[in-house]
Design a protein around this ligand. Structure first.
Ligand SMILES: [Zn+2]
Length: 431
């Protein structure tokens, strides 16, 4: 064979000995190692000359040209000349195609690089003409080499994401209906100056799940955490108190505002039922203004504000809707102290105003519940007002988690899913 073909094929240590076109438009390429001398893997003695036998093994390699290329490695087997060596026979070895593998290292490197982009493994596999399993295997091996311990952080965010739809499955073995866990908890680094966003994932959203993940980290890593931002969820708070007793817990701003908005919506719906004995419709002023009610006061222009206010007065003579609206705005004012530096006297004043306003509505159960929730979580809310640390970065990483889920059209294997998310986070931090 002409040496030019070997140069073109460019697999170090190999030469092309045959290249033919088969009937179906497939090209068949046979390669052999250039080296004529090979060492016994057990005793190391070098052997050359006539091999014991030659076997052909098919190698998966990079695509070359547009038509299919079948690469065959004509592999020589040798007999170890040393009588006392237990290795009777051995095959020649190469660092380009590792022992026990059917794929070249350069193909595996290309697959590993392709993984850095958010593409489904099935697509990468189709592009390189390999199986899904090979792409997954390359990624899993690369991931296994990474350090298990995430980089040290000072601010930790804990949040839940839905990994799949709620579906019941009948387990034929145990004859029982099962519901796979649809939730996953993500743990994120909230420090915006620091690279990697997602530090870890754990299935479920229970206190035990978070506790297990935290306990698996080293004491040094846990001691380094100063602040933990969570949604107002008792399970997460319990886990943090148990595993990170030194850390300050902060309730996330977004979830608190949502709490106040939900209170307002609940009041509006109930008032509609009380007054009209049916759910809200387009003709009801409070229903027509439902979005304006939830818009922040400073974002409402004077005409829009007036429209909303007058509509609510018309619709609800008892003033419960506007009462809840003012409670929401007072609560937002309380949270806004965080942006102005979180001075203790300002926080105290804002809290007093909010609670005195709520106290006027002791007959509105939704407002009472809101005030009670704020009271229950006061330590954590006050910590937020002082430190102004939010879970915004966690919510951002939840978006990238969802995009990975979409790319893969959902994941059956949760380990693969978690590994892909972490690999993506690590690649993004390195970029
Ligand atoms: Zn030997």
């Amino acid at each position: 064979m002409h040496d030019g073909t070997s140069v073109l094929f460019d697999l170090p240590g190999f030469r092309v000995v045959e290249c033919v076109e088969l009937d179906a438009g497939t090209r068949r390429l046979v390669i052999m190692q250039v080296a004529e001398e090979h060492g016994c893997p057990r005793c190391g003695v070098m052997v050359s000359g006539k091999p014991y036998d030659v076997r052909e093994s098919r190698i998966k390699d990079l695509p070359f040209g547009e038509r299919r290329l079948v690469v065959i490695w004509r592999k020589r087997r040798y007999r170890c000349p040393r009588r006392d060596c237990q290795q009777r026979l051995f095959v020649e070895r190469s660092s380009e195609v590792r022992p026990g593998r059917r794929s070249s290292e350069r193909l595996r490197r290309a697959l590993a690089r392709a993984d850095a982009q958010t593409r489904a493994y099935s697509r990468i596999a189709a592009e390189y003409g390999v199986s899904w399993w090979l792409v997954n295997d390359v990624a899993a091996r690369a991931h296994a080499k990474l350090p298990a311990e995430p980089p040290p952080v000072r601010q930790l965010g804990i949040d839940e994401t839905r990994t799949r739809r709620v579906r019941w499955h009948y387990d034929a073995v145990t004859c029982r209906w099962r519901r796979p866990e649809p939730w996953m908890t993500s743990l994120t680094n909230l420090d915006p100056a620091d690279g990697r966003a997602i530090l870890g994932l754990t299935p479920g959203r229970s206190s035990a799940a978070v506790c297990t993940w935290l306990k698996a980290r080293s004491q040094h890593w846990r001691d380094g955490i100063e602040v933990v931002a969570i949604d107002p969820c008792a399970a997460y708070a319990a886990a943090v108190r148990k595993a990170l007793p030194q850390a300050t817990i902060v309730v996330d701003h977004f979830h608190l505002v949502r709490l106040a908005n939900d209170t307002l919506t609940a009041v509006r719906r109930r008032v509609t039922w009380d007054n009209r004995d049916r759910r809200g419709r387009k003709v009801d002023p409070e229903w027509a203004n439902r979005r304006r009610l939830l818009t922040a006061r400073e974002r409402l222009s004077p005409p829009r504000f007036a429209t909303m206010w007058n509509a609510c007065i018309d619709a609800d003579p008892t003033g419960q809707i506007l009462g809840a609206w003012i409670a929401k705005e007072e609560f937002r004012a309380l949270l806004a102290t965080a942006k102005r530096g979180g001075h203790p006297h300002e926080i105290r004043d804002a809290k007093y105003r909010f609670l005195t306003w709520c106290a006027q509505f002791s007959e509105v159960p939704e407002i009472v519940t809101l005030a009670e929730t704020v009271d229950t979580w006061w330590t954590e809310i006050e910590a937020f007002c002082r430190l102004n640390i939010t879970n915004a970065r966690t919510e951002g990483s939840n978006r990238s988690i969802k995009s990975i889920k979409r790319v893969g059209c959902g994941f059956t294997n949760q380990d693969n899913y978690q590994r892909r998310i972490l690999a993506h986070a690590i690649a993004q931090a390195a970029a």
